[in-house]
Design a protein. Sequence first.
Length: 423
Amino acid sequence: MSNSVAPTPGAAVSQDRQWDRLMQMAEIGAIPGEGVNRACLTPLDREARRLLIGWAQAIGLSVSVDPIGNLFLRHEGSDPEAAPVLTGSHMDTQPNGGRFDGIWGVIAGLEAVQAIRESGTPIQRPIEIVAWTNEEGGRFAPGCMGSMAWSGDKPANTWDAVTDPQGVTFKQALLEHQQAEADLPRRTLGPAAGGPKPAFYLEAHIEQGPRLEAEEMDIGVVTGIQGSRWFVVELRGETAHAGTAPLGLRKDAVQDMIRAITALNALMTDPQDVLRFTVGRIEVSPNTSNSVADLVRFTIDFRHPDKDVLLMNGDAVENTVRGAVKHCEVTVTERFHALPVEFDAVVQNAVEDAATAQGLKTLRLPSGAFHDAQFMVPICPTGMLFVPCRKGISHNPAEYSSPEQLAAGARVLAAALAELANR
Ligand code: HGY
Ligand code: MN
Ligand code: MN
């Protein structure tokens, strides 16, 4: 960059620097097809955090970690006592994740703050970049544990006993994580522990849907997030010999699972295709071809933008399963309950104004994916900005946004953060 100081934060954003950082991050947990598998609270997660911390410290940001592992990078403003503007997202990925979901929001936050500093823009409020713990819920269900604990939506010890597929508890993994990062300064658990509330929260994320690309828009001004409810259904029957046990005497957990899912499909039928219903994980025991299954555990991910539908259909899940199952004992547990949220007009308008000022085309749209921003809404004026992603593909190694699209997002983020930090 030339010696002359860029006039504005947006103009000081470096497309190459941001893309290079994203590609370095994508190497940590890289999987075939240009994907990433970087689960929360793992050595890979810590390697990525160290890389980010190095970049942050190199530009003078202070680093701290809270009791559930949320990582904060702080840029001081002229008024250190002022409530900060918070931005960020998550660094953990799905097992079959892409190079941009979550991590771009953190890298874009760093790029925006670096651009604000390099532009010499005076900033009153501190700006903090946060990397939330376990947004995805892939290793430990549910997602958004870090933001739920930090905001006080749930007590931080809610998930201590939750285990990953290897039987490691969240509590054990968090302890190991905190020990490995013992050198990092600590901070309290935010508003949940009586800590200060931010003045604003603005999260940048890829859309994970097809609309911005299809409608040839540059920036999504996100209006809110639909509701999500997660359940685990456990069916316990009896195992038996596949060759000798008469069908009429069996307590076959797989056959009962089929009955239950068929009934749930009927409950969740929506001719308008607004409702989202997914059975994404199925565990079967003993999981051999010649023994009748005595245990099935399957997950339900149910989403809807209308709170009444989310409550009505979600509350009907257990009775629908019980009414369909013939032979097994049934246990239905709700694991995640996030109501639909609307984002604050002030933050939406800050994003729209910043994008328009940069000659970018904007579209106001809701988010189908959940985000940590969902749990910031009760805490402070909250919003999100989206950039397009190719064919809307996400939670898939083929996930892609271009350097130009991501740089445009970072420029809008930089301008919006600077504006909010001087309010
Ligand atoms: O599942 C979600 O909506 C988010 O991408 N974790
Ligand atoms: Mn995400
Ligand atoms: Mn995701």
